[in-house]
Design a protein around this ligand. Structure first.
Ligand SMILES: NC(=O)c1ccc[n+]([C@@H]2O[C@H](COP(=O)([O-])OP(=O)(O)OC[C@H]3O[C@@H](n4cnc5c(N)ncnc54)[C@H](OP(=O)(O)O)[C@@H]3O)[C@@H](O)[C@H]2O)c1
Length: 338
């Protein structure tokens, strides 16, 4: 028998998420049926939006329940196949969840390039070429519509989506300001990733520093956080600006999300601002366009994807809790097997 370790949701969080909301169990690995493949998980990615899923039906991410294997996207190796389209040995991206082995319809897994696009690491299929890279690309270019010389503000700027948004906005010729928690993250943004300025939202002088970093106000605010940063951005938008509503990470790790900021819709009217939510999955037909352009940028060294790695499936709950507390830089990856 092949053992399959699984991390299950033991209880839904009542307040902040804790590692104790999860449990490890071992079951027998599943067997693929007709047209199915057995996938061995190599690495999973953990994104902030998965915490919204644990809040229940209010989220686009669905409603997980206690006793279920925690959901998540993985890069995996096909170990057994009953479909010629995905032969044994293929490297695939699939919705494996937090477990060693999973079975999928062959048509539902995506075979990916062995080179991994950057540094030969297959985990980049979960970062820059995964959902968060695509989210950065379509949110910025399609919803934000950046033009050369414009000012782009991005929150959770050192996170998986945010660090890619900022670099893409630089590629588009914009002035880029990031908001992140802590001096070290702010330094990384300006010194390593080419941001023009970065503001620490945990600083006691945040309001003043925020204003000083945005002397010409904001053309595009790429909002990953909602909350106070959104409140501040609303007051500094330029006439005709766009607010790209990507996510609300400041309100995920709680059972009582705060109401939205003051000034909606008044400030939107005053500044004639378009505030628009989007879901990356609506752009699925155009993913190849984004992969092609991002690969060019990565290979030219213009887009530097960052990963933040935990080793071992059993570390996934800790890696998730730490992400919500701001522990990550770039895309959080949990390596499960080599
Ligand atoms: N619309 C879509 O289709 C779509 C798709 C994918 C992801 N998303 C959204 O994109 C956003 C970013 O997701 P991600 O996976 O890339 O996560 P991430 O930014 O890598 O990680 C979350 C980050 O949020 C920051 N944070 C935590 N609590 C905060 C608070 N109270 N206020 C401000 N910042 C806080 C932390 O950084 P600090 O150290 O800076 O606090 C943390 O590192 C999420 O809102 C997610 O839901 C949307």
């Amino acid at each position: 028998m092949t053992e399959n370790r699984q991390i299950i949701i033991d209880s839904l969080p009542k307040g902040r998420l804790e590692p104790g909301n999860y449990a490890l169990r071992t079951v027998e690995a599943p067997v693929p049926g007709d047209g199915e493949v057995l996938c061995r998980t190599l690495a999973i990615t953990i994104g902030a939006g998965q915490r919204a899923g644990l809040q229940g039906s209010a989220s686009y991410a669905g409603a997980p329940r206690a006793g279920m294997v925690m959901g998540g996207t993985a890069v995996a190796r096909v170990e057994a196949s009953n479909d010629g389209g995905a032969p044994v040995g293929s490297l695939v991206v699939c919705p494996a969840g937090w477990q060693d082995y999973s079975v999928h319809q062959a048509a539902k897994v995506r075979i990916v390039d062995e080179r991994g696009g950057s540094g030969g690491d297959p985990a980049h299929h979960l970062g820059v070429y995964g959902t968060n890279g695509l989210t950065a690309y379509f949110g910025l270019f399609d919803v934000g519509e950046p033009r050369e010389g414009q000012t782009v503000l991005v929150s959770a700027a050192a996170g998986s989506v945010g660090h890619l948004v900022g670099q893409m906005a630089k590629i588009a010729g914009c002035r880029v300001v990031g908001v992140a928690g802590g001096e070290a993250k702010c330094r990384l943004l300006t010194e390593e990733l080419g941001f023009d300025a970065a503001v620490d939202y945990k600083s006691p002088n945040f309001r003043l520093e925020f204003k000083e970093a945005l002397p010409e106000r904001i053309d595009i605010y790429f909002d990953n956080t909602g909350g106070e940063v959104l409140g501040g951005a609303l007051r500094r938008m330029k006439v005709g600006g766009r607010i790209v509503c990507c996510g609300v990470v400041s309100q995920y790790d709680t059972s009582n999300p705060a109401p939205g900021p003051r000034g909606v819709p008044g400030l939107l009217i005053n500044f004639r601002v378009r505030m628009e939510g989007f879901l990356v999955f609506d752009y699925a037909k155009r993913y190849p366009e984004a992969w092609g352009r991002m690969r060019e940028w990565v290979e030219a060294g213009k887009l530097v994807p960052k990963q933040d790695v935990f080793e071992g499936l059993e570390k996934a709950p800790e890696a998730f809790v730490d992400l919500l507390a701001g522990g990550n830089v770039g895309t959080r990856i949990v390596r499960v097997a080599s």
